[in-house]
Design a protein around this ligand. Sequence first.
Ligand code: NAD
Length: 352
Amino acid sequence: MTSIQAATYLIHFNEKGYTELASLIRTNNYSSLFILVDDNTFTDCYPRFIELLETDKKIEVIQIEAGEVHKNIETCVGVWNAMTELGADRKSLLITLGGGVITDLGGFVASTFKRGIDFVNIPTTLLSMVDASVGGKTGVDLGVLKNQIGLFANPELIVLDPEYLQTLSPREIRSGTAEIIKYGMTHDSHLFKEIKDNPKLNIVDLIHRSIEIKNEVVLEDPKEHGVRKALNWGHTIGHGIESYFLESAHKENLTHGEAIAIGIICEAYLSSKVLNFPSDKLKEAKKAIIAIYGKVAILDDDIPHIMELMKHDKKNIGGEINFVLLNDYSDFKINCTVDSQLIIDSIAYYNS
Ligand code: NAD
């Protein structure tokens, strides 16, 4: 599998990733290595990683609790304290080994510790392989508000080892698939068609193609002033739903991808009302997505809360909720605003 050149770093697949990691550690002569894991990646991924890591440097493991609810500044303080107590200095390297929570939080912790130390991402969920670990966005949630605190910072290297997916649950695989659907609808309808029509796809090919798409977009617009906003397709309503389910004691949490999948259906509906997104493609997308994710009940009483949370979306300007919508597959329009009633209707359409 060919390596992918990102802005300032490379994404290497399989064994090459570990060889390049060893070489990076030698070349930079890091003083010590810190490996950030969560409960699950410590059990399921760390044994493989430590077996494949070639180094004689001092290694410390820092473990945090798994889950989006821990992607916050309190957890960062815990990690910064642990690094300090364990003697981390400016020549230490932080290796993030986990899903999007670990790569987002770890990248943020590293790039703010002592004004910034190097970090390497080793994504272990499908979602973090195809999306979260690539592109330089790091950060944490503020309460339930998603990714409100953070900065752009690039890793030194990404090691992409699909073997880690062996222990990932089918639910988490589906979660990552939502981001691949996003790339398919916004940039490569062939990719969307493959997911829709052929459930037995080669996952490594899907990962490689998804990263290629994300990387091309990020290279063109690293700080999300323009075209990178397209990668928020489904995320404006999706993040509102994800946050609402996270804060509601009576709702079972959704995975990031499950929330985004609902957001994609709603935003496809908005696209058909505000732009020219064809109604047959709207129906097709809804059918394909519900076939993968099933349906989650979103009640009328939930909608005002979800809309309130959407007001905090980072894309908003001047208090208006800002969407990326589609004229057609691979033909998006950024900075769209829509009537509140249409947003309500879009959720009703999802429910219908
Ligand atoms: P996650 O990190 O919470 O991982 C999901 C679950 O899988 C966790 O319980 C984790 O412990 C477990 N897990 C991880 N790897 C495993 C493995 N190999 N085997 C068994 N269990 C494993 O969540 P995620 O879905 O990977 O990422 C979601 C996060 O990514 C969200 O916070 C989202 O905001 C963020 N995100 C960031 C970007 C970005 O550009 N930075 C893009 C998309 C999403």
